[in-house]
Ligand binder design. Structure first.
Ligand code: ADE
Length: 254
């Protein structure tokens, strides 16, 4: 999958390009991350990319022209990389607190694209006319404000990359995480079997795979009910999960 990131702080992206599972995906060629600095698309001596806002007020606003050139550069690189262009193949995404909130289902929908062009804002924001004419989607990572779109762009890329085929060492692990089936994750244990007076739950040592699967489901349900009632309300169980839920109810009323 191809990513172009438009940012005035390209060095920040070393974190995702050079380390961990995302770094390995880059090294193995499953993912390409190109950073494009809008300052390289300025024509003045100061390499200026921002100006004071019309109407006054604090802060600076990123100007249209260097960003248009950066997006055009990103599109031509994406195309050279084999991406089909357009919103349905390689959308331009602006990271901002005003966007649609990122969720695992949004992540999964992005993992189907040939590529994504991520636009990172700094300062007070970006001239609205750039957003109106060049941006296909606006994404927020939560209801809080960061100093720029770089960290959100990395959050978004990391969450997409781990859902790509063959990126995670164990193919099942991305599918069994929190949110993928609409529930929070269950607790996990490893050696030693006893720590701080707490033993590993016996069922996990039993080798009985069906019982383990059911136990994990029950744990996920209990956690989700307790911690995220909003998720629990929206949960749609499979036929097997429906059976387990009925068994849970029976044993709770005994
Ligand atoms: N830029 C600043 N804050 C942000 C947020 N919460 N999500 C996405 N982009 C942002």
């Amino acid at each position: 999958m191809y990513f172009a990131v438009i940012t005035i702080l390209p060095e920040m992206f070393d974190a995702i390009t050079n380390y961990g599972i995302t770094g390995r995906a880059v090294a193995q060629g499953q993912v390409t991350i190109d950073c494009i600095n809008p300052r390289d698309h300025t024509t003045d001596n100061y390499r200026r990319i921002d100006e004071r806002p019309y109407g006054g007020g604090p802060g600076m606003v990123m100007m249209v022209e260097p960003l248009v050139k950066a997006i055009e550069d990103a599109r031509s690189r994406a195309s050279a990389h084999g991406c089909r262009l357009g919103a349905q193949f390689c959308p331009v995404v602006y990271l901002s607190p005003q966007g649609e909130q990122l969720s695992e289902s949004v992540v999964l929908s992005f993992s189907d694209y040939d590529g994504v062009i991520l636009l990172c804002g700094r300062y007070e924001g970006i001239d609205e006319r750039l957003l109106a004419n060049y941006v296909d989607a606006e994404v927020s990572i939560g209801d809080y404000v960061l100093t720029g779109g770089e960290l959100p762009a990395m959050v978004m890329m990391d969450s997409i990359i781990r859902r790509l085929p063959n990126v995670m060492g164990d193919a099942l692990s991305a599918e069994q995480d929190s949110f993928v089936d609409g529930l929070l994750d269950c607790p996990h244990y490893t050696k030693p079997t006893l720590f701080a007076g707490m033993a590993v739950p016996e069922v996990l040592l039993s080798g009985h795979h069906a019982n383990i699967e059911k136990w994990r489901f029950v744990q996920k349900v209990k956690r989700t009910q307790q911690r995220r009632p909003d998720l629990w309300q929206r949960f749609e169980p499979t036929a097997q999960q429906q059976k387990w839920l009925q068994q849970m109810q029976k044993s709770a009323t005994k």
